[in-house]
Design a protein around this ligand. Sequence first.
Ligand code: HEM
Ligand code: HEM
Length: 141
Amino acid sequence: MNHNPRSRTWFRLAALYFAIGVALGVTMGASGDHSLFAVHAHVNLLGWVSMALFGIIGTAHPSITEGRVAAVQFWMYNVGVPVMLGALTLRLKGFASVEPLIAVASVLVGCSVLLFAWLVFSRISTTTERLSSAARESRLS
Ligand code: HEM
Ligand code: HEM
């Protein structure tokens, strides 16, 4: 395994969201108040699951974590997700006025996902990555 710093950050964030998501799940189960179940589901799925996948895919293909597009993808996601989930929590607690914020933040998350798709299509198995892994292999043999 390599030591890709961006992947390490994704893993740390994923673990943090996992802790928050499960704590919310346990709290919902214990209190019987499931009003925040959509927040719990998306903390776990956009946070724990998707961030762990970003980290694992970045470990397997470091080229998708490098450069400006990857940095923009990272920051759009990491601003969009907490803002969206924070605003959704407020919305579910009765603050209807935060709806536009949920909309803007979810579009930000959506754009980040499109950038991620672009990175996957344009950088995985490109000639450069094949050449650099071939160079690594020839050094090892
Ligand atoms: C100890 C851990 C967990 C507890 C106690 C817990 C508890 C709960 C509870 C009480 C609900 C609400 C059910 C309802 O009102 O319909 C729920 C929903 C949900 N949870 Fe968890 N959860 C846990 C972990 C997770 C994890 C790790 C994930 C995802 C990776 C997850 C994904 C979901 C999803 C997607 C829903 C919504 C399901 C639906 O559409 O009804 N949960 N959970
Ligand atoms: C910007 C990103 C996303 C937005 C804006 C979004 C929005 C929504 C909305 C509006 C619902 C219906 C909620 C309801 O009827 O109460 C929903 C449900 C659901 N979404 Fe998402 N979603 C996003 C990303 C994801 C991702 C990435 C996953 C899985 C990896 C996911 C899994 C689910 C599941 C399992 C449900 C059913 C449980 C629930 O109602 O909370 N969502 N989502």
